[in-house]
Design a protein around this ligand. Structure first.
Ligand code: ATP
Ligand code: MG
Length: 360
């Protein structure tokens, strides 16, 4: 069949009818159609802008785009689809001077369900996908993020000029595996108890956010301590969070606590990105969190099986290796990272944009 050159507007009109497989809305309306080039030889090159580098299986979009063009215009020549990404975000750190596009809190109602493991995994997974990522340990009394990444040390103090020329002292986060880390664990000796009263706790968290030289981040993950909503409330007053990931185990009790955590986040106006079932398996059971998520009207981000390897890697300060090709935890953890990133993108992109302006 001979190929007739297509016009760019023909292609755009055609792609108006193609929905993003994750968000379920037109690629054009979502502003994801970044460019269309057609050549006189009949070839068409489409560029799609993904809202996160952790977009799950973008080749599905390529198939849909190719399918739509060839169905509508059977004489079309070759179609190539390229991807670029730019993390969508609401620049949540305004008054704190924090330049993080998305701040994600990781919490649970119950202790020991794997929040820190999941927070660290989110950081690693998003970083490996290509994003700029930081992680802040907001568990002042039991900081475990440095341990999971196998890092110690004291942050360097750097001096920066403030907006009025004043000198501001900031702490450089400690970087491990490309992730910027800040924790009170860096500031106190490992066996030293941290005694911080309520109001000071609020200030400590604020200082951590304000005085860490995070630089520009696509995602800042915050590992919350178990239980009460104190810190969540503090965070919601300081930042416009992208949302919270709630971790639970399949046990009935953990599920009851997860419901409490979801309600707590709702109360302090932090959107719930979704629920993760951790330690799924023979010991604790399976599937309870998915049902609970549906019941509560929150997304289900996935299940992570109970696996001795996850504990061993965490204990050894090698949580990054959970994403190695031969790791049994890789696929489930990656799925959770992708789903969390997609939920953020979804909440931002769902507001319709001016389609014609987006693709100029
Ligand atoms: N999927 C899993 N399989 C096996 N072990 C796991 C899994 N997830 C977490 N663990 C282990 O469970 C323990 C508790 O995990 P973690 O410290 O992440 O929980 P937490 O909710 O942050 O706890 P805390 O409430 O004390 O902050 C750790 O030893 C960790 O390695
Ligand atoms: Mg923890």
């Amino acid at each position: 069949m001979s190929s007739a050159p297509l016009s760019e507007s023909q292609v755009r009109d055609c792609l108006r009818g193609v929905n993003d497989p994750e968000i379920g809305r037109s690629l054009v309306d979502l502003g994801m159609l970044k460019g269309v080039r057609t050549s006189s030889e009949g070839g068409t090159a489409v560029t799609i802008k993904l809202p996160t580098p952790a977009y799950p299986a973008p080749e599905r979009i390529a198939d849909l785009v190719k399918g739509a063009i060839s169905r509508l215009i059977p004489t079309s020549g070759s179609v190539t689809v390229d991807f670029v990404w730019e993390v969508a975000g609401k620049d949540s750190g305004g008054t704190l001077g924090l330049r993080a596009k998305n701040v994600i809190a990781v919490g649970s109602g119950k202790g020991g369900v794997g929040k820190s493991t999941m927070a660290a995994s989110l950081a690693v997974g998003l970083q490996r996908a290509g994003a700029k990522v930081g992680i802040m340990d907001a568990d002042i009394y039991g900081p475990s993020v440095p341990h999971l990444f196998g890092v110690k040390g004291r942050p360097h103090i750097v001096e920066e000029k403030g907006p009025e020329g004043q000198i501001i002292q900031r702490m450089d986060p400690i970087e491990a595996d490309g992730v910027k880390i800040m924790s009170i664990g860096f500031l106190v000796a490992p066996d030293e108890p941290v005694i911080v009263r309520g109001p000071i706790l609020h200030r400590t968290i604020e200082q951590f956010l304000r005085q860490t030289a995070w630089g520009e981040l696509d995602y800042l993950i915050i590992d919350l301590p178990p239980g009460t909503g104190d810190i969540a409330l503090t965070l919601s007053q300081l930042l416009g969070l992208a949302g919270a990931v709630v971790v639970c185990t399949p046990q009935q009790l953990a599920l009851i606590d997860a419901v409490k955590a979801i309600n707590m986040f709702r109360k302090v106006k932090i959107p719930v990105l979704g629920l993760v079932e951790n330690m799924t398996g023979e010991i604790f059971g399976r599937g309870g969190a998915k049902l609970k998520a549906a019941e509560m009207g929150v997304p289900f981000l996935g299940e992570v099986p109970i696996n001795a390897k996850i504990r061993e890697l965490g204990d050894a300060g090698r949580i990054r290796a959970a994403f190695d090709a031969d790791s049994p935890a890789r696929a489930p953890l990656q799925h959770v990272c992708e789903q969390a990133a997609i939920q953020i993108a979804k909440s931002l992109l769902e507001t319709p944009k001016m389609p014609s302006l987006e693709i100029l």
